[in-house]
Design a protein around this ligand. Structure first.
Ligand SMILES: Nc1ncnc2c1ncn2[C@@H]1O[C@H](COP(=O)(O)OP(=O)(O)OP(=O)(O)O)[C@@H](O)[C@H]1O
Length: 243
């Protein structure tokens, strides 16, 4: 389990202090107003920001580990692939940080590429791919890294609604199949309802409520949560809205 306990950061007068858990196979959606600190929490877990407090994976502290040694893969809205490398080469970097692969590693890439529907694009450069194909390739690379914690910072928000729904469903299935602990930043409550086991609502650098999405609606921690839900975007899964 990923355990975040009083994980703290002070940055330019802003104070952040997080508590959160995420089990293997679980998707936890991070919700909250713009600027509340969703990306900052991911950056602290990934090691891009130096934090103090408790950060455990399967009972062991990962707080002192450098970025490259943490059991974490991250996916952002953009800049997930190297433009000067083919998709196959990008995926190869995910496996071992080198472009040269043995037969077993090549087979592993072929399998993951097929699972994510990008086999026909392996020889292409990212510039020739659509946004959805690029993010699928980036997701494939993250999977090939075989890190059990997957941090997703709105990676699908620039995609059209149908593609976004496809990619989110894919994430849901991959989390279950590979027993990944997934933290997903989203602005859409209905996305959280559709694919997340739990929601962590963040306000001013703190998780003020972590619970199943439905409970956030029926029992919001405070007026800010209720107000956020009242004006939340309907997102791409309107039929699966929690209401
Ligand atoms: N590198 C940085 N240096 C200083 N302040 C930063 C930095 N990155 C973000 N901030 C500030 O920290 C606060 C939290 O930002 P963060 O990006 O974590 O919020 P967020 O909830 O992810 O926002 P959004 O939903 O708009 O992406 C904001 O006030 C932001 O302006």
């Amino acid at each position: 389990m990923l355990e975040v306990n009083q994980l703290r950061l002070s940055r330019q007068g802003d104070e952040f202090c997080y508590d959160l858990t995420c089990q293997p196979g679980q998707v936890v959606a991070l919700l909250g107003q713009s600027g509340c600190g969703k990306s900052t929490l991911l950056a602290m877990i990934a090691g891009f920001e130096t934090a103090s407090g408790v950060l455990l994976w399967q009972g062991r502290s990962i707080l002192e580990l450098p970025v490259a040694k943490r059991p974490v893969s991250s996916l952002f809205q953009q800049h997930n692939l190297f433009e000067h490398l083919t998709v196959q080469q990008n995926l190869a970097l995910g496996i071992n940080g080198r472009l040269k692969l043995n037969r077993h590693e090549q087979a592993h890439i072929a399998k993951v590429a097929e699972q994510l529907g990008i086999s026909q694009w392996l020889a292409s450069y990212p510039g020739a791919l659509s946004g959805g194909q690029i993010q699928r390739a980036a997701l494939a690379r993250a999977l090939l890294r075989q890190r059990p914690i997957l941090l997703l910072d709105e990676p699908f928000s620039a995609l059209d609604p149908v593609l976004r729904a496809d990619c989110l469903t894919l994430v849901r299935n991959l989390a279950s199949e590979h027993q990944l602990a997934v933290l997903l930043v989203t602005h859409q409550f209905s996305d959280a309802c559709a694919i997340a086991d739990e929601v962590a609502f963040i306000e001013q650098g703190r998780v003020i409520q972590q619970c199943p999405p439905q409970e956030l609606q029926t029992n919001p921690a405070n007026a800010q949560v209720a107000q956020f839900l009242a004006i939340a975007d309907k997102g791409v899964f309107p039929s699966k809205d929690c209401s």
